[in-house]
Design a binder for this molecule. Structure first.
Ligand code: BTN
Length: 323
């Protein structure tokens, strides 16, 4: 992935204020004024709309082909957060993991307008056409490894909260990582973690979120997946939606098994009390979803009355297509 720290920093500095002078940028970043001026010239050539000059100052406008990226920088202005935007990429989770391995700090965010190799759980692909929202957030949580698997559930609750507030639609959670609107999936979450076995803590977690906001989905997802637009919800500004969702995720990740998160994941569950099909490896069986326990795990009851606790896995409502 190409990485030009000066370019990123200057963009971030320009996104801070309405008007910022070349001198301010140069002193805050410790680069020469000439370097700032050159970088601004390059940025303009690359499609960023930056009216102004060194003396009166510059403005970075959320306009033209760079509007989405600039809106994002503005939405996170002042946080010092690293936001890496791709008009198109393979997978933001893959990009973020590269940055994480190179030492990127917690809070680093990769966002793409579309993905060509979007990845889902269990090695599946995740259709990521333009019109959706695709991002990956880096977390370096100070949690015991035993609580890391509960993160996915907490992320689902955080995304559901943000999406409900922004779209006005009622959002359900299909344990553990899918969000639903009217019995169809519209959000997928993929959390990928690496562990430091010596300290017993995660090194990092890449939290990938894909939201079907608007636009066309592939035909094979007919009847399985939907979009906010199709369900008649408000279509929020993507940058605002990402900022709200990211902040909600970061708050929830501090205590993924808090009573509030657990009760909300139970309240939003589309599985509890339903007859479900559980798929585990080659095995597939029917059961009833009984409860989400205090560890965020799903307790199911087999047809013979035996109870089992699922840590992860594929569960679909019996008679409905899984996705
Ligand atoms: C699933 O439904 O199985 C999980 C889908 C996760 C998709 C998101 S989109 C952003 C990030 N990049 C990826 O390649 N995957 C995740």
């Amino acid at each position: 992935m190409k990485n030009n720290p000066n370019r990123e920093k200057i963009l971030r500095a320009l996104a801070q204020e309405e008007v910022v002078s070349g001198a301010e940028i140069s002193s805050s970043l410790g680069v020469t004024r000439t370097a700032v001026w050159k970088q601004i010239t390059t940025l303009r050539a690359d499609g960023y709309v930056i009216p102004g000059d060194p003396r009166s100052g510059y403005r970075l406008m959320a306009e033209g082909e760079r509007a989405y990226e600039v809106s994002l920088l503005r939405a996170f202005a002042g946080e010092g957060r690293r936001v890496v935007f791709f008009p198109e990429t393979g997978s933001t989770n893959t990009d973020l993991k590269e940055l994480a391995a190179a030492g990127a700090p917690t809070g680093t965010l990769c966002v793409a307008e579309k993905q060509t190799e979007g990845r889902g759980r269990r090695g599946r692909s995740f259709a990521s056409p333009a019109g959706g929202v695709y991002f990956s957030l880096l977390l370096r949580p100070k949690l015991p490894l035993s609580e890391v698997s509960a993160l996915t559930g907490a992320v689902a609750v955080a995304c559901a909260r943000a999406l409900e507030a922004e779209t006005g639609l009622e959002v359900g959670i299909k344990w553990v990582n899918d969000l639903y609107l009217n019995r169809k999936k519209f959000v997928g979450i993929l959390c990928e973690a690496t562990a430091d076995l010596e300290s017993g803590t995660p090194e990092y977690v890449a939290v990938g979120v894909g939201i079907d906001l608007s636009g066309e989905l592939p035909e094979e997802l007919d009847g399985i997946a939907t979009t906010v637009e199709r369900e008649g919800g408000r279509i929020p500004d993507r940058a605002t939606l990402i900022a709200k969702t990211v902040r909600a995720i970061e708050a929830a990740a501090k205590e993924p098994l808090s009573p509030e998160i657990l009760s909300e994941s139970r309240r939003r569950s589309v599985l509890l009390g339903k007859r479900v099909t559980v798929t585990r490896g080659d095995e597939s069986f029917r059961a009833t979803a009984k409860e989400i326990n205090d560890r965020g795990e799903l307790v199911i009851e087999r047809e013979n009355g035996d109870r089992e606790t699922l840590f992860s896995g594929e569960v679909s409502v019996h008679g409905e297509a899984g996705s």
